[in-house]
Design a protein around this ligand. Structure first.
Ligand SMILES: Cc1ncc(COP(=O)(O)O)c(C=O)c1O
Length: 347
């Protein structure tokens, strides 16, 4: 099919480029991106943002994505699952968010291993084995021509009755979406992020282990609402013992007198893939890393602080609960780690 007449992108309809004038003027005001707009840039931006992207989709400007559903790639418009799916009715399922850099799925095996472990923990049998699922993810990335992007890999329990009995469910659904992503604005990485502690504590590990990356994210969403209300893009969560656990969608680290510290998995956290990669990078560079119980006091009095996450990558944190951390600016060790992490993504 013929793509955009201006940039040739096959997923933008020619008509969209003609209508860019009005749309880009609105977007420029909203997000302060520079004119003139190259259609590809507008496409990237709109595609990564919710409302404008949806507007364009609803006008039929975008050709849909190819989605892997069940055991094959289908058009986005045909990617439908049952309203009786327990993933929808109960958040009964597991997922992964994975980055793609230069068309390469980053830390693919690590993400897949965690997905299968989460599934085992909730007694969900993923209908494809790990090598086949890995291939499905790669096929989805290729089918959507993703260079730098983000994958959402979801496995639901499948359709069942309206009750909780998993014996009544059948056919767990595998969904792979490969798309663009932009999480935090660029200035968050240069100026650092401010954090506030949420009053919502992280799920008690004895109730629902935070080590399971389940489709039920209400715990995190409730804490994130508190962060949003306080004007922040992330929020810190404590565990049931009052210790620091993690943020709503990221792991947290501090640096004190050259030692990097982060809560251990038994503090009730998701054992982040980015967290583990950063720990490895630091140790390889000879920097000591301690996985140890930490309190907010440790963060208030730290020299540096940063977050890690697949979507966020490595983000400096410059204040917590109105207290500047260290100098109140991104710290030197954090900046070095960010550099090393970017090198790793390009390897
Ligand atoms: C609650 C929570 N903690 C930490 C992370 C970071 O984990 P990862 O580095 O594997 O993305 C995430 C990311 O999804 C998360 O949702």
């Amino acid at each position: 099919m013929q793509g955009c007449f201006a940039c040739g992108n096959e997923r933008i309809r020619p008509q969209a480029a003609r209508d860019f004038g009005a749309l880009s003027a609105r977007s420029v005001r909203r997000v302060d991106v520079r004119r003139p707009f190259h259609p590809q840039r507008l496409y990237d931006f709109l595609h990564a943002t919710g409302d404008a992207g949806r507007l364009l989709r609803s006008k039929g400007y975008f050709m849909g994505l190819k989605i892997f559903l069940g055991d094959r790639l289908v058009d986005e418009a045909d990617a439908k699952i049952s309203v009786f799916d327990h993933g929808l009715l109960y958040g009964d399922g597991v997922f992964e968010g994975i980055r793609v850099y230069s068309g390469r799925v980053f830390l693919h095996d690590e993400h897949l291993s965690r997905l299968y472990e989460s599934a085992r923990a909730i007694r969900l049998e993923i209908p494809l084995d790990q090598p086949r699922l890995k291939k499905a993810v790669e096929e989805t990335v290729a089918a959507n021509n993703i260079g730098d992007g983000y994958i959402r890999l979801v496995v639901t329990r499948g359709a069942g009755g309206l009750g909780l009995d998993i014996r009544k469910t059948s056919h767990p659904q595998i969904i792979v979406i490969a798309d663009k992503i932009s999480l935090y604005p660029p200035e968050t990485y240069t100026n650092g992020m401010n954090l506030v502690t949420a009053s919502t504590i992280r799920n008690h590990p004895g109730a629902l282990s935070p080590r399971i990356k389940s489709l039920n994210y209400l715990n995190n969403i409730l804490a994130r609402i508190e962060g949003t209300d306080a004007g922040m893009v992330e929020a810190l969560m404590l565990n049931h013992k009052g210790e620091v656990a993690e943020c709503t969608g990221d792991n947290i680290f501090l640096i004190k007198q050259g030692v990097i510290k982060t809560p251990p998995p038994d503090a009730g956290i998701l054992e982040g893939i980015t967290r583990n990669a950063v720990i490895k990078l630091a140790r390889e560079a000879g920097q000591p890393v301690l996985e140890t119980a930490l309190t907010r006091h440790d963060f208030y009095t730290a020299d540096e602080c940063f977050l890690t996450g697949t979507a966020a990558e490595v983000v400096p944190v410059v204040s917590l609960d109105g207290r500047p951390i260290g100098t109140g600016k991104p710290g030197p060790l954090t900046k070095t780690l960010i550099g090393r992490f970017h090198e790793l993504t390009r390897k």
